[in-house]
Design a protein around this ligand. Structure first.
Ligand code: UFG
Length: 336
């Protein structure tokens, strides 16, 4: 029988793409999501993409009673935990919300999993745990730190999982450090859809491309990079979703935990991303150079060797695919 996976936050950007990837790989999946940052019609769209009914329960991972009920009513073999808050700037204004949702949320989930005898978890971590790395590409052994409450929560969660797995060998954890996930599903039916004005680069450029924002502010052109703008490792969400499936495959097969980067290993500057999006949208996108954004680092891209060795994971899609799929998604969404 197919393994059944619970996706917390599975209606969100990365969760919804992983849902599709899991179904394509022969897994069964069920979503729990509080819809704080997800569209209600995601499940309808997932049904169109997968051609099958979607099981989705509305609720919060902090609700242990609800989690107990889900584990009692379904035979769940593993969990992928996305449900968390993820905006760096917002975390400075609402630190307690971040600590509660991200750290207490993980503990609530782990407690419920333990009560239900489910000991396999894939955890959404972030390259934010590296801060500004001393050397590039940054590998998994690099020192960790944090610059804001959001980054702190990811570090504490990683350390908590380390403590648990060191002390209790029933657990198998796959910790995935995402770089910068962008793009959308090839159907244009699911993608990233921030409720407010986006903080992240590609969703903001997308809003300039659709005319919802007048121009992009490029936060700084005086970094020590070839064109002076910040460099990041953007990864297509479809590749990232596949990385979760490969992480789960490895955990279920070997019971060996892993901590891996999920990126492409290639860095692109803000201006290179703007140019790629212009190619996708077929028009010039206005931008202005603005002061640096506090807390930003100049350049981050990941070492992809360990993910290849441990999971057989390699990103396949490039920057043009990311921008074309994002444009396909936002231009369709605007017309529906
Ligand atoms: N940028 C702009 N203008 C914008 C938005 C972003 O110039 O309107 C620039 C930033 O200065 C940076 C680059 O685009 O150089 C990427 O910025 P993002 O906000 O898209 O992404 P970050 O790399 O700052 O942060 C992202 C996630 C974090 C995560 C981090 C991990 O948002 O949650 O990657 O590396 F922690």
């Amino acid at each position: 029988m197919a393994h059944k996976v619970l996706l917390t936050g599975g209606a969100g950007f990365i969760g919804s793409h992983t849902y599709v990837a899991l179904k394509n790989a022969g897994y069964d999946a069920i979503i729990v999501d509080n819809f704080s940052n997800a569209r209600r019609d995601v499940t309808d769209r997932l049904e169109i993409i997968t051609g099958a009914p979607v099981e989705c329960i509305e609720g919060d991972v902090l609700d242990g009673v609800l989690l107990d009920r889900i584990f009692a009513e379904h035979t769940i073999d593993a969990v992928i935990h996305y449900a968390a808050l993820k905006a760096v700037g917002e975390s400075m204004g609402k630190p307690l919300d971040y600590l509660n949702t991200n750290i207490a949320g993980l503990y609530s989930l782990l407690d419920a999993m333990q009560r239900a005898d489910v000991f396999t978890l894939v955890f959404s971590s972030s390259a934010t745990v590296y801060g500004q790395p001393d050397h590039l590409p940054v590998d998994e052994a690099a020192p960790r730190g944090f610059n804001n409450p959001y980054g702190y929560t990811k570090l504490v969660c990683e350390q908590s999982l380390e403590q648990i797995s060191a002390a209790d060998d029933r657990w198998a954890f796959g910790v995935l450090r995402y770089f910068n996930p962008v793009g959308a599903h090839e159907t244009g039916l699911i993608g990233e859809d921030p409720n407010d004005i986006p903080n992240n680069l590609v969703p903001y450029i997308a809003k300039v491309a659709t005319g919802e924002q007048d121009q992009l502010s490029v936060w700084g052109d005086d970094y020590d990079t070839p064109d002076g703008t910040g460099i990041r490792d953007y990864i297509h969400v479809t590749d990232l979703a596949r990385g979760h499936v490969q992480s789960l495959d490895a955990l279920l097969k070997s019971r060996q935990g892993h901590v891996v980067n999920l990126g492409t290993g290639t860095g692109y500057s803000v201006l290179e991303v703007v140019k790629a999006y212009e190619r996708a949208a077929g028009r010039a996108l206005p931008y202005r150079i603005a002061p640096r954004r506090p807390g930003d680092v100049a350049c981050v891209y990941g070492d992809t060797k360990l993910a290849r060795e441990l999971l057989g994971f390699e990103a396949e899609l490039g920057l043009d695919d990311m921008c074309a799929s994002s444009w396909n998604w936002v231009s369709r969404r605007k017309n529906t």
